[in-house]
Design a protein around this ligand. Structure first.
Ligand SMILES: Nc1ncnc2c1ncn2[C@@H]1O[C@H](COP(=O)(O)OP(=O)(O)OP(=O)(O)O)[C@@H](O)[C@H]1O
Length: 601
């Protein structure tokens, strides 16, 4: 579905939602009153102050006075309409200030974490602990009853609520795999925040904005009611105060401004709830949203030391020309140094030769993914890279400054993750997710769209245009994996890191995906690092193999040597534990050609 179609669907959902619709209608009424107040201010600025002392406290329906007059003979309806303007402007000021502080603060603190987050959170907690009314009264006593000053202060007091909401939402999605995928595809932080993060927080934000509008109106009216408002401005609070003084003479004077305020507040609350529901309904089913695996330890990113930090040894020889990737002595540590430290990758050395496929095998938890993440500079927050080199195409990227390192890795290496669905942002069509990285690298939208369709075709997708219009929840797992591979190769990387790309798929689709990878190696000359625990896949697709266990590489050999003459005891155990001997039988024969004729073909 296109963005335009999605928008139409959202509008339809709002119109069909009774709560949203009544909110919209009430808000239209308030806006009509607002614009009427603006017009009255131009054409008859004195109309709200015209007193007719011979006609005080006239009841509603009196000639010329639909809602009657007040105790000075002024027309209640005109005053009510004029008061709408000041009340709405006050609410807008408070809201604007709260959003201007809260949204960027929450985005930055939630996305970057660490010290920024701690400092911002501390300030927010401090402001939240202050009693708002007392602070507002103190400000009024110090700076007078200026509406702008009072509402700006109220906005500052409300900002922490926005900050907390945005920060919590950003933290919840910061470690989603589709955010990692966006990083890998080369999108800069500000684009990821604008495109993926803001999109995810819009629902709760709409609700908060409407709630806060209601609160701002209530507070402003309350302050005016108790006499702390700007006495030169007509407001609903001021009218309520006058009505309260004349309660026993004309109780209708309390009714009309009270009703106006209640309707305005209700308009915002109904609209907020309705729009939130409509947004949820017009998006894909909740079950398909963010169902992805969240990497363990995604809570606080303290102490993250990425590639490029200290520890590079000088004077080390560069890898040979055909070694497109050379990882040497890589150690990834979780926890602070000392007893808490845990090395999940210990002194790992791996070599990928140009145009070949290296299978990284090992039992679950052996450190395969962490090694791949270390190479991609994608380690999660709590992980630290404490030693090692990572050579990509003749450059040790650990020695590069962060930005240059990121650029070099993204230019050379693409990543295909294990769980296709959780690596696609549920809020965007597949087409837009494929096109964006190419656009980011300077391609026109038209060219990027054509290339995306072409790549999907090459991935064996029969109707690329339809798939591009679809949202992730509308395609199967196998299709999503093809989409991710198409996305990964769209910017023409030289190296592909595929982390168990077939694990979540059924056998037929697995075979097709493996064929695609084989085609990328054989036809496009791509170098592939294939993380897998499946020796059948290794036998079928890989040229070299590295066996990992407990964070260490135990054996690094050609596939032929590995199957024919496994050197390490653990390799022999692994081979012996394969349930169906047929899987690995062909490579055991000392016949290199037979290796590619395994059961997958
Ligand atoms: N955030 C984390 N905090 C602490 N330890 C972690 C964290 N993430 C991973 N680990 C540990 O790192 C080790 C290696 O994990 P890794 O994901 O690399 O394993 P793997 O070989 O890819 O396994 P699998 O095949 O199950 O994906 C495991 O012992 C795991 O528990």
């Amino acid at each position: 579905m296109t963005t335009g179609a999605h928008r139409r669907r959202t509008v339809r959902a709002i119109v069909r939602n009774p709560m949203a619709l009544s909110g919209v209608l009430l808000l239209v009424l308030v806006l009509v009153a607002f614009f009427a107040a603006v017009v009255i201010g131009w054409v008859a600025p004195e109309a709200a102050f015209d007193a007719d002392l011979r006609n005080v406290n006239a009841p509603a329906g009196s000639p010329g006075h639909l809602l009657g007059t007040d105790s000075s003979g002024r027309d209640v309806l005109v005053r009510l309409v004029v008061a709408t303007k000041a009340t709405m402007i006050s609410a807008a000021i408070a809201l604007g200030v709260a959003l201007a502080i809260g949204i960027p603060g929450g985005l930055i603190a939630g996305y970057y974490g660490k010290g920024v987050d701690r400092a911002a959170n501390w300030v927010s907690n401090m402001v939240m602990s202050l009693p708002s009314m007392v602070v507002l009264m103190a400000i009024i006593s110090g700076y007078g009853t200026s509406m702008v000053v009072t509402m700006t202060a109220l906005g500052c007091m409300m900002a922490p609520a926005v900050f907390r909401l945005i920060r919590a939402q950003v933290k919840a999605i910061r470690n989603e795999l589709y955010i990692d995928a966006a990083k890998v595809s080369g999108l800069r932080d500000h684009r990821i925040i604008a495109r993926h993060v803001l999109q995810a927080v819009r629902g709760p934000l709409v609700l908060m904005v409407t709630m806060m509008s209601g609160i701002a109106i209530t507070v402003q009216t309350g302050l005016d009611f108790i006499g702390l408002g700007d006495e030169n401005t007509i407001t609903w609070g001021g009218m309520l105060s006058e009505g309260f003084s004349a309660l026993h003479v004309n109780n209708a004077l309390l009714l009309w401004p009270g009703l106006a305020m209640s309707l305005a507040v209700a308009a915002f609350f109904l609209l907020g709830n309705g729009v939130r529901d409509a947004l949820q309904r017009s998006d894909q089913p909740a079950s398909s949203r963010r169902s992805g695996r969240r990497r363990a330890g995604a809570v606080e990113p303290d102490g993250h030391e990425s590639l490029g930090a200290a520890g590079t040894r000088d004077g080390v020889a560069a890898p040979a020309e055909d070694e497109i990737v050379a990882v040497r002595d890589l150690t990834v540590r979780y926890g602070a140094d000392g007893d808490d430290a845990k090395d999940v990758v210990s002194g790992v050395t791996l070599t990928l030769r140009r145009g070949r496929t290296l299978g990284l095998v090992g039992e679950s938890g052996s450190g395969k993914t962490q090694s791949a993440f270390a190479l991609l500079d994608l380690l999660p927050g709590p992980a630290r890279l404490v030693s090692g080199e990572a050579w990509i195409d003749g450059v040790d990227v650990r020695r590069l400054p962060a930005r240059e390192r990121g650029r070099r890795i993204r230019d050379a290496v693409a990543y295909v993750p294990q769980e296709p669905m959780s690596n696609l942002d549920p809020a965007f069509t597949i087409g837009s997710q494929l096109i964006e990285p190419m656009r980011h690298r300077g391609m026109t939208r038209k060219d990027a769209r054509a290339k995306a369709a072409r790549l999907l075709g090459r991935m064996g997708i029969a109707d690329p245009q339809r798939v591009m219009r679809s949202y992730p929840h509308q395609v199967s797992g196998g299709m999503a994996q093809r989409v991710l591979i198409a996305g990964a190769i769209s910017c023409e990387p030289r190296i592909l890191v595929a982390d168990e790309p077939t694990t979540a798929l059924d056998v037929t689709v697995q075979r097709e995906i493996l064929d695609i990878l084989r085609g990328l190696r054989d036809e496009a000359g791509m170098t592939i690092l294939l993380v897998t625990h499946d020796l059948g896949v290794v036998a079928d697709l890989c040229d070299d193999v590295a066996v990992m266990r407990q964070g260490r590489v135990l054996e690094h050999a050609t596939v032929h040597d590995f199957f024919a003459r496994p050197r390490h005891e653990y390799s022999r155990t692994l081979l012996a534990s394969v349930p169906d001997e047929e899987y690995v039988r062909p490579p055991y024969r000392d016949d290199a050609a037979a290796m590619t004729e395994g059961v997958w073909r």
